[in-house]
Design a protein. Sequence first.
Length: 100
Amino acid sequence: MGKSNLKIKSTLNRLEIVNHLEQLVASLKAGTVCIRKNEKAVTLTPCDPVTFELEAEGKMDKDSLREKLSIELKWKKSEAVPAVDETFTISHQPQDEDEN
């Protein structure tokens, strides 16, 4: 199988982002993720285990606070080992500083 990739960088409003993320979740549940941009498409078939990386960052950049959230999912088609349980949460409520 040859290499195929597609990179999308776009500025959207939050509701448009939510729609894309909901479509991603539905696609992951279905077992096939197809991403299209113009005439180019990449179809992925995720399999267990999936490595999930989440990075959240907030820092001052010149005169304003710059925030960033990165999500990365990776898997190997030949890998068939059980997933490791690393507990974490994602919430809309900020955590108290003393709970970190």
